[in-house]
Design a protein around this ligand. Structure first.
Ligand code: DAH
Length: 353
């Protein structure tokens, strides 16, 4: 086949034309989408350039190099035009977005957070004990039966377990019912002297006006070669005065806990009626007219507990106590309803900054 001038000119004209048309199409394209549509129209698989190039197939061999070169140049130019148009539209969109931005409008201040009253009470108790040289320790909320019950002198059929039913993960793994397993964990991990305070969440199968299935406790433990119930009493009286005011009095009432012997419950003079039992002539509702409020359980560590953790009961003595933090916070901040702690109402929580 010999050179076909008219066919060559036809293709070259078409290449010139489509570059020109692409240029004017982009002049009209006001959005990124329109630029993309032009890219498909001119450079797509079945687009204008592809069509022009398919006409090349029927040209004689000697015409192909010149036409091929022109087609490549047209393609490069189209790409250049389309890329420029795309960048220009992107810059315009960014500028438009910035035009709506008014840097003089005052910002929205983030709500200042505050600590939950239960956290505040826990921190306050922990601080009182840290000043006395106690170390703060923590442990897992998912605990094993041995740490939670057995090592604390509560074998499987012990009746005291009835009051502490909980969620069992397996037969021997459970959500801890108190912070007392921290006594066990601490004593297994180190030798006396030991003085710890252990705040944390605990779980029980309890839910009514005055009980929630999850609540907080603080455990305390001191073990040494010499200490006494007198020390326990002095330390707890100090804590109560610091927490509820210097005029707060304490009394110990005999009680029972499997892990302490002897055991005691501690009452403080009611912070509402100041131990009077009545407010403005009518019986105080917080202490039910008695003038006293129970706040914790305590006692001398039972020798059986020492034996479980490998401490020599002949050599060491110790005392322990455990208290409910919600109760402490209610008394301290004058909160009448336990449920308020868990409703997450910011009007309530915001009062304890
Ligand atoms: N663990 C007890 C409870 O949850 C509270 C308690 C009482 C802890 C006496 C103690 C203690 O360490 O000595 O009811």
């Amino acid at each position: 086949m010999s050179s076909d001038k008219s066919a060559v000119t036809g293709i070259l004209d078409e290449l010139n034309r489509l570059v020109g048309e692409c240029e004017s199409a982009l002049g009209q394209a006001s959005s990124l989408d329109a630029v993309e549509a032009a890219r498909v129209e001119f450079l797509g698989r079945k687009g204008r350039l592809a069509q022009a190039m398919s006409a090349m197939a029927s040209l004689p061999g000697e015409d192909k190099p010149a036409v091929g070169k022109a087609a490549n140049e047209a393609k490069a130019r189209l790409n250049e035009l389309l890329d420029e148009a795309q960048q220009a539209r992107k810059r315009a969109a960014a500028a438009a977005a910035y035009a709506d931005f008014d840097p003089t409008v005052p910002g929205r201040a983030p709500l200042p957070g505050s600590l939950h009253p239960v956290t505040l009470a826990m921190e306050e108790v922990a601080t009182i004990f840290q000043r006395l040289g106690f170390e703060v320790v923590a442990g897992p909320e998912v605990e094993n039966d041995w740490n939670n019950f057995e090592a604390l002198n509560m074998p499987p059929d012990h009746p005291a377990r009835d009051m502490q039913d909980t969620l069992y993960v397996t037969d021997s793994i459970l959500l801890r019912t108190h912070t007392s397993p921290l006594q066990v964990r601490t004593m297994l991990a180190k030798k006396p002297p030991v003085a710890i305070i252990a705040p944390g969440k605990v779980y029980r199968r309890d839910s009514d006006l005055t009980h929630t299935p999850m609540f907080h406790q603080i455990e305390g433990l001191l073990v040494d070669t010499r200490t006494s119930m007198g020390d326990l009493r002095g330390v707890l009286a100090h804590m109560c005065r610091k927490l509820f005011g210097e005029d707060t009095r304490t009394r110990f009432r005999p009680s029972f806990f499997p892990f302490t012997e002897p055991s005691s419950e501690v009452d403080i003079t009611c912070s509402i009626c100041k131990g009077e039992g009545s407010c403005k002539g009518s019986p105080c509702r917080v202490c039910k007219g008695t003038g006293w409020i129970e706040i914790l359980g305590c006692g001398m560590v039972d020798p059986n507990v020492f034996a479980s953790v490998g401490y020599d009961p002949e050599k060491y003595v110790g005392w322990a106590f455990g208290m409910g933090v919600e109760r402490i916070a209610m008394l301290k901040y004058g909160i009448g309803d336990l449920r308020m702690f868990f409703e997450n109402d910011l009007r309530f929580l915001g009062q304890f900054c």
